[in-house]
Design a protein around this ligand. Structure first.
Ligand code: CTP
Length: 401
């Protein structure tokens, strides 16, 4: 399994010493851990302790930029696969629940795009204070996971709820979280088409489009990491196919059609990211065409619509299509869903900054056959791939029931 990145945010309470043990346990479990500390956390244990345990720089100050090419609190919000705040003080919880970003941890949590787990630790009366409870509920509502504190002897002398969950238990929860994802597509064959098609006019000329294949290759990579058997049917691209998948290279829409149809019978899922030509030259010349006086028109004929054919032939397969649009995205996406008998259409407006051909990121909305609509924020293509595959996994499970 690919190594996972964890950002551990340590805020100021006596349980900071347990955060040091948690860092060590996470590192021993194979995670790449970076630690961020609030100023008050550094009063309990020095950053050097966490640096030694994590073998990474420790971040304490929003304005201490260790790498001038990056803005640390934004970068560290994007970098991890999971963010854990442990111990989380009442102050930290209150600030996050109310959108305050006056310290590095707060600013990073506000900028974060990854799951956030909060492990509170505090005096029992603070823990039960209605405002603290309200703030924790707010965090749950916005999608944070709360790791309940334990009951027992508290450093303040009280006995009650407020002890930071044990580092072993937090590490186990992290292992379970990643384990759950790992292998969820095991035993499933997923055919992914990627890149452009290339329609030959003569030995030196062709018709093609701006697709780079990044979205399809990202899907193939993530599908492999989730345990699927992946067949990548790829038009011409400059990308290196991910390890662990079967690759079939194609050029024309007709070749892509044949390759996909050959793999279709025992496939469980087909995801069609390829930008397939709708037209191909009616005649292909064996020799280079010579220019003559006047203008030139090249007659084009329709190619076969691969997704449409799959939709007509499908038995058990889940079909996912893409729709790259420049206007009326929702209408066109829903139209393609019905016309092509797909289960999901992933639509994007290619005119938006950060979406479409050649970019590292994408902004998509997933339209389901049952009418469900899932808009996603701007994400890297790999993150979009993961979201799509989690939706596919959900559909496979529903089908199995
Ligand atoms: N598609 C396909 N075969 C084609 C054309 C498109 O399989 N000959 C698939 C694409 O891979 C994509 C979906 O159909 O998953 C939608 O492609 P798109 O080009 O957006 O739509 P079209 O149906 O071609 O409609 P239009 O070009 O009019 O928008």
């Amino acid at each position: 399994m690919e190594q996972k990145n964890i950002l551990l945010c340590v805020t100021g309470g006596i349980a900071v010493y347990k955060a040091a043990a948690l860092t060590s346990k996470l590192v021993q479990a194979g995670y790449n851990v970076k630690v961020m500390m609030s100023p008050s956390a550094t009063k309990f244990v020095t950053p050097l302790t966490f640096q030694a345990l994590s073998r990474n720089d420790v971040y304490t100050d929003t304005f201490d930029e260790k790498d001038s090419s990056k803005i640390a609190h934004i970068d560290l919000g994007d970098w991890p696969d999971l963010i854990i705040v442990a111990p989380a003080t009442a102050n930290t919880i209150g600030k996050l629940a109310n959108g305050l970003g006056d310290e590095m941890i707060q600013a990073t949590l506000l900028a974060a795009t990854k799951p956030i787990w909060i492990a509170p630790a505090m005096n029992v009366n603070m823990y039960h204070h209605p405002i603290v409870q309200k703030n924790m509920n707010t965090l749950k509502e916005i999608g944070c996971k709360l790791i309940e504190p334990n009951e027992g002897y508290l450093a303040c002398g009280y006995v009650g709820k407020g002890r930071l969950a044990e580092p072993e238990d937090i590490t186990q929860a992290v292992n379970d979280y990643f384990q759950n994802e790992f292998g969820i597509l095991k035993g499933k064959k997923i055919v992914i088409s990627a890149g452009p098609t290339l329609e030959t006019i003569d030995p030196v000329r062709y018709l093609s489009n701006r697709s780079t294949g990044k979205m399809g290759y990202s899907l193939a990579e993530v599908a492999v990491s989730l345990g699927a058997e992946v067949v990548l049917v790829s038009g011409p691209t400059n990308l290196t196919p991910p390890e662990g998948c079967k690759v079939i290279k194609t050029e024309s829409a007709a070749q892509m059609y044949d390759a996909i149809l050959t793999e279709f019978g025992n496939a469980d899922v087909v995801i069609k990211t390829a930008a397939v030509a709708d037209y191909t030259p009616a005649v292909t010349y064996d020799q280079k065409m010579k220019k003559s006086e006047g203008d030139l028109s090249i007659p084009l004929k329709r190619t076969k619509d691969i997704l449409l054919s799959l939709g007509q032939q499908k038995t058990h397969q889940i079909l996912v299509g893409f729709a790259a649009e420049t206007e009326q995205v929702e209408d066109y996406a829903k139209g393609k869903l019905l016309k092509k008998n797909a289960d999901m259409i992933v639509a994007n407006d290619v005119t938006k900054a950060g979406a479409g051909f050649g970019t590292e990121t994408n902004i998509v909305t997933i339209y389901h056959r049952n009418g469900e609509v899932k808009p996603l924020p701007i994400m890297t293509k790999k993150e979009v791939a993961k979201e799509i595959l989690l939706e596919v996994h959900r559909l496979l499970n529903e089908e199995a029931r």
